[in-house]
Design a protein around this ligand. Structure first.
Ligand SMILES: *Cc1c(COP(=O)(O)O)cnc(C)c1O
Length: 428
């Protein structure tokens, strides 16, 4: 694979930007080597500046569920752009997207559009704190909720540790209000809530943890969170920025039958443009300015181009046959990858929820951050690079989910499985 042009651009980029990128994981640091610079993308394929094509399972980290350059989205955007790109005033498009989202997520009775997932989670937590008049929040180890200060925290040892910031620049005083627990640990959760519920504003989680690969909730875990938060007057926030329209049309909350108080969305609902949203119970969302006292604003929020891309994407997703087709493709890939690993004699664990998936290079069951970390990341890095050489673009980290789109064909999957088999065999 020739990457001369990408390599030259990367050299230039590192002089201009920290690590040569505008978001860290793009830099291939976890797997070694330098990132590919992309020229264009279409359907299931992405093309770099050297002219190499790849079947894409990153899909811009989730949003491109219809594949790249989906014609209806592109055409709608072309029409929209002629009408002006931002007004700073309400448009009918915002109503249309709000209705489309709320149809799929009945737990959202009122919604606010923002520009990223980070903004959505950060704002939802502020609203939950304003609503409950409490300061502490509970999050789970390995769950990523964007890069806001109080959320860049993971647990130390033990269930009751106060949060320590993961990143320099986050004041200890912020992190102190973030309590962290292992995902799927019902006992630890119950005992923390029993002790501290009077101070806890909200519990926020990825109902399926996509930011350490793909970790599924154990039976009873989400149910316990729902029951205990309700009892303690704690706001339950599902961060469905990744799982929304991915685990199912109605997200993880529809799939597992749990109604959270608040939901954060992003990625898919922007159809590839920068969008986030948060919403939930009417009485909670009525706290948001200008209806209520909790301030949150955005110059470009509800941007007409972003709304248009979201509306067109959700139109396709609301058709029943879309998810039937996605499920078929995903089953094909799941069976193929599992079988390829087995035939090659590789010990891996495969997990998936709807159209997100992860192959862990471990023989342990992955149920939380700690068990995810048992993966052989060296082996994954080799796997990643070999797959890339064979024209398959996976996320450049063991701890990221893969995604499929409606554009992935049976032939794409067959090629991917064949490449995976050859790569797995080479790893033995
Ligand atoms: C991607 C992601 C975010 C952050 O969204 P950005 O648009 O990158 O700010 C938040 N939560 C989850 C679960 C995510 O996957």
């Amino acid at each position: 694979m020739k990457t001369k042009k990408s390599d030259a651009l990367y050299k230039k980029a590192v002089e201009l930007m920290p690590g040569g990128v505008n978001s860290p994981v793009r830099a291939f640091k976890a797997v070694g080597g330098s990132p590919l610079f992309i020229k264009n993308a279409n359907g299931s394929k992405i093309y770099d500046v050297d002219g190499n094509g790849y079947i894409d399972y990153v899909l811009s980290w989730g949003p491109m569920i219809l594949g790249h350059s989906y014609p209806a989205v592109v055409n709608a955007l072309k029409n929209a752009i002629e009408k002006g790109t931002s007004y700073g005033a309400p448009t009918p498009l915002e109503i249309e997207l709000a209705q489309a989202v709320m149809k799929a997520y009945p737990s959202i009775e009122k919604i606010r559009m923002v520009n990223s997932g980070t903004e959505a989670t950060m704002s939802a937590i502020r609203v939950a704190r304003g609503f409950t008049k409490r300061d502490k929040i509970i999050k789970f180890e390995g769950c990523y909720h964007g890069h806001a200060d109080g959320l860049l925290v993971k647990a130390g040892s033990g269930a009751l540790t106060f949060g320590v910031p993961d990143s320099p620049g986050v004041p200890k005083a912020y992190a102190k209000n973030t309590l962290t627990l292992p995902f799927n640990d019902i006992k630890a959760f119950k005992s923390l809530v029993a002790k501290e519920w009077k101070d806890i504003a909200c519990v926020i989680l990825e109902p399926v943890v996509g930011n350490i690969g793909c970790v599924l909730p154990k039976p009873g875990f989400l149910e316990t969170l729902r029951k205990e938060t309700k009892r303690g007057g704690i706001v339950l926030i599902f961060d469905e920025v990744m799982t929304g329209f991915r685990v199912s049309y109605g997200g993880a909350q529809a799939y597992y039958g749990i109604r959270p108080d608040m939901t954060c969305l992003g990625k898919v609902i922007g159809g590839g443009l920068p969008v986030g949203a948060y919403g939930g119970r009417k009485e909670i969302m009525s706290m948001v300015s200008p209806e209520g006292p909790v301030y949150q604003a955005g110059t470009l929020s509800g941007n007409p181009l972003a709304m248009t891309a979201g509306i067109e994407t959700l139109k396709v997703l609301s058709r029943k046959d879309t998810y039937i087709r996605l499920e078929k493709t995903m089953q094909h890939l799941e069976e193929g990858l599992k079988d390829a690993a087995k035939r090659a004699g590789n010990k891996t664990k495969f997990y998936r929820a709807g159209t997100m998936f992860c192959t862990y290079f471990t023989d342990k069951d992955v149920v939380d951050y700690k068990t995810a970390k048992t993966s052989d990341t060296e082996k994954f890095s080799k796997f990643f690079r070999e797959m890339l050489n064979r024209g398959i673009n996976l996320a450049p980290s063991q701890f990221e989910a893969g995604f499929i789109s409606t554009a992935h064909s049976g032939k794409d999957i067959d090629l991917t499985v064949k490449a995976a088999y050859e790569t797995f065999k080479g790893l033995i």
